[in-house]
Design a protein around this ligand. Structure first.
Ligand code: FES
Ligand code: FES
Length: 784
């Protein structure tokens, strides 16, 4: 029965009415509108929801509101009365102690609790106190440093530090005044946008600019004193929006503070395909740099005409035009509407690196102040006007059909959605939606079929499932094989791996007439738009997808699927935004996983202990399972709708050393005979897609472990054994073990060259800071 509760939260008396067993986290987020505490596991195991109660940090997701015995403080309540940050918050900014930032609130609260108890903790005590807080992104070392820094400050008496300015208004901030993220004014339609951002080989422009040539797609000066830049690459903790802002600031010669990164949206942003492969700065940075260079050139041309002087006599200082001194002109005075509504012209020389003052230097991330202060930033924090809440009821097995649903009275304010085996509810509040979904789950009847491989024998499954054999490298060396004196074999496996993001997947959708707008945290909003369009038989232009930040993932988790869930549930309540969040159970069971893999290696040593042949066979499901890869739209709910079909096995695209399961399957050693083969499974009992590093995770482990075994068989030191197989007479990679990694230096480690001498750096489209591509024997590997 609902009861009234009085709480003291962040120093203010609050009254809420709810069931006594309602978790405090639920009350803080949904009833009191606080975004600081986060939902992670929901079972007291991850620390994302930590708050202080009577000064002690504890989880709020498993604490009933009726059990709260004292004042509650959340991240929002840490600054002092003048708004100055707590030293722990400031230390997190100073140490840049966040990647996606989803765990940050809980970490800060745990640290504040610790310092309240023990002002001068040892490193061990800090580590112990944060042991219950997970960081899926792996930011622990920075976090520990930040807490130690704060501890040193507080014990030295510096209690508070000035509050930093808010992070930029990026895509994920819940806007004030009802403006919705990503809903900026539509640009005049430009030329058709290529789907992949791949450059036509004839264009001298960076690939993504050639594919999205209208300059106004990349930047505008419509806000006085600010430059708004647009990228098709999304931010999920890599810090790329800060890096791209630096690129733009440098090229336009304005301070970083003047650059605003616009929300990424299929309606307004350049289509740069997926944000993946560590290519964002290289691809988007190169395009943005050239777009900014061309914009600066156009503006200086306009200034030259106005002033009646040659452009060469003009200079720029923080957006002001100079000609032997101030001219009174600025970018903002010169940028007439429509000036940038033109295609990029022949490349303009960008500013040379020797003149850089903003790019190429460390800069504090623009988004971290929000994560350490609890400002709404994640999709999970976004509340749209009149928003309803949806929940999906998934089948109890991967292969299951809904055969019946007992009569249910869910109440007049709950909408039941049923289409084939897709089941869900929409309710006015998340609590009500969860309750209704639970009742629907209990009322549903399913026919299930066993479909999963035996988890104790994944090797058997991988080797027996039908597969497509694809040659990655075929480099026979008959002479070398003839010298083989000894052959070793080994197998390495890994299981299916879940992304297990700190936050369960979440999305919002709203139908307005025949069009649907989606807010989601997918890394590939353009692919998602196309998959929703194709999956529902809609026309181009009927689906718009806005990106809003989620918790770090680096691959494909449930972000795309939950977006489709939201679209289907929102269709039942036209005109109303519907937010759908997966349960933690669904997050671990239903999103794509990284495939189970098996690598079987065999190599021969000659009488001198040199490797003469190497064979590597890799069995795996495909990793290229993004929403439109392989043709059909690949979204979970589509398989459950009436008439839906099972999802075909994930593709793996080219059998190359950088693609899919065969990524890094070619050993980087000087070996005469090489045979590398990929076996892509044609059964997909567990759905697979991209997971960070794709097949490199197992392949590199297997290769380097096998190198140790070969070295032992040859009676050689493993470092010297590797160096001996790098070959050549010059190069830097081989000197690294002796100079940079802490490995013992050896005479052999100096002056030798790796087989990378056979690798050639492929010219890229004006690399802006990282990510080069190297090609070898028809294959390639990405770095950076
Ligand atoms: S500990 Fe509460 S959400 Fe994980
Ligand atoms: S920064 Fe910790 S979960 Fe992402």
């Amino acid at each position: 029965m609902e009861t009234e509760f009085r709480l003291t939260v962040n120093g203010a008396e609050r009254t809420v009415t709810c069931e006594p067993d309602t978790p405090v986290l639920d009350v803080l987020r949904h009833d009191l509108g606080l975004a600081g505490p986060k939902f992670g596991c929901g079972t007291g195991l991850c620390g994302a929801c930590f708050v202080l109660i009577e000064g002690r940090a504890r989880s709020s997701c498993d604490l009933p509101v009726s059990a709260v015995g004292g004042p509650v403080i959340t991240l929002e309540g840490l600054p002092d009365g003048d708004g100055r940050l707590h030293p722990v918050q400031q230390a997190f900014i100073d140490e840049q102690a966040a990647q996606c930032g989803y765990c940050t609130s809980g970490m800060v609260m745990a640290a504040v609790g610790l310092l309240g108890d023990r002002p001068g903790p040892t490193e061990q005590e800090v580590r112990g106190a944060l042991d219950g807080n997970l960081c899926r992104c792996g930011t622990h070392d920075r976090i520990i440093r930040a807490v130690q820094k704060a501890a040193a400050q507080t014990s030295g008496g510096s209690a508070v530090v000035p509050r930093p300015p808010a992070g930029q208004v990026l895509a994920s901030q819940v806007p004030a005044g009802g403006t919705q993220p990503g809903e900026g004014p539509m640009l005049a339609p430009g030329p058709p946008v290529a789907e992949s951002g791949v450059q036509s080989s004839a264009s001298p422009l960076p690939a993504d600019l050639a594919a999205n040539p209208v300059l106004a797609r990349w930047l505008d000066f419509s806000r006085d004193g600010e430059v708004t830049i647009r990228t098709g690459k999304v931010e999920y903790g890599q810090g790329i929006w800060t890096a791209l802002a630096q690129v733009a600031a440098e090229e336009l010669q304005v301070t970083l503070a003047r650059v605003r990164v616009a929300a990424v949206s299929t309606s307004t942003s350049p289509n740069e395909g997926i944000t993946a492969g560590s290519l964002s700065v290289q691809d988007s940075g190169s395009a943005l740099r050239q777009a900014c260079a061309q914009a600066r050139d156009l503006l200086l041309d306009a200034a030259a005409v106005r002033l009646g002087v040659p452009q060469a006599e003009l200079a720029v200082a923080d957006g002001q035009i100079l000609a032997d001194g101030p001219t009174g002109l600025s970018y903002w005075a010169l940028a007439q509407p429509g000036l940038l509504d033109r295609p990029a012209d022949a490349p303009v020389p960008p500013r040379p690196p020797r003149e850089w003052s903003v790019a190429g230097r460390s800069a504090a991330r623009l988004d971290i102040p929000d994560t350490v202060t609890g400002r709404p930033r994640f999709l999970h924090d976004l509340v749209l006007p009149g928003m309803a809440y949806g929940r999906v009821v998934r089948p109890p097995a991967r292969v299951a059909d809904l055969t019946g649903l007992a009569d249910l009275d869910l109440g007049s304010d709950v909408v039941l959605v049923r289409d084939g085996s897709f089941l869900g509810v929409v309710a006015p509040a998340d609590r009500a939606a969860r309750r209704a979904a639970g009742r629907v789950a209990r009322a549903a009847r399913w026919r299930t079929s066993p479909s999963l491989p035996d988890p104790r024998d994944l090797r058997g499954f991988l080797l027996s499932a039908p597969s497509q054999e694809e040659t990655v490298v075929d480099q026979p060396a008959a002479d070398a094989a003839g010298t083989a004196a000894r052959t070793l074999t080994a197998e390495f496996t890994r299981p299916f791996l879940a992304h297990a993001s700190m936050a369960p997947s979440c999305a919002i959708a709203r139908w307005d007439g025949r069009s649907v707008t989606v807010w989601c945290h997918s890394q590939g909003i353009f692919l998602l738009r196309d998959a929703i369009t194709a999956g529902l038989g809609l026309q181009a232009g009927q689906v718009t997808v806005h990106y809003v930040e989620g918790a770090g993932v680096y691959g494909q988790n449930g972000a795309d699927d939950v977006a489709m869930d939201a679209v289907l549930l929102a269709r039942a309540v036209p005109g109303q935004a519907v937010r759908v969040q997966w349960t933690r159970e669904d997050e671990m069971c239903w999103p794509p996983m990284g495939s189970a893999m098996l690598a079987r290696l065999s190599a021969s040593l000659d009488a001198d202990g040199r490797i003469v042949t190497w064979r590597q066979d890799v069995w795996s499901n495909g990793f290229m399972g993004r929403p439109t890869m392989g043709g059909d739209p690949r979204l979970l709910a589509l398989t459950h709708l009436a008439g839906g079909r099972p999802m075909p096995p994930a593709p793996d695209l080219q059998p190359a050393n950088w693609m899919g399961a065969s990524r890094n399957a070619v050993p980087g050693y000087d070996i005469p005979g090489l045979q590398i083969t990929r076996y892509r499974l044609l059964d997909m009992p567990i759905r697979t897609s991209s997971l960070r590093s794709l097949g490199a995770h197992l392949n590199v482990f297997a290769i380097e472990s096998f190198m140790d075994e070969l070295a032992a068989a040859a009676g050689a030191d493993p470092v010297r054994f590797r160096l001996a197989h790098l070959g050549g007479t010059s190069g830097t990679a081989a000197t690294a073990p002796g100079t940079g990694s802490g490995w013992p230096g050896t005479a052999e480690s100096r002056g030798t060259a790796p087989p990378w001498r056979r690798w050639r750096r492929t010219p890229t489209s004006g690399c802006a800071g990282c990510g080069s591509r190297w090609t070898w024997a028809g294959s390639s590997i990405r770095t950076g």
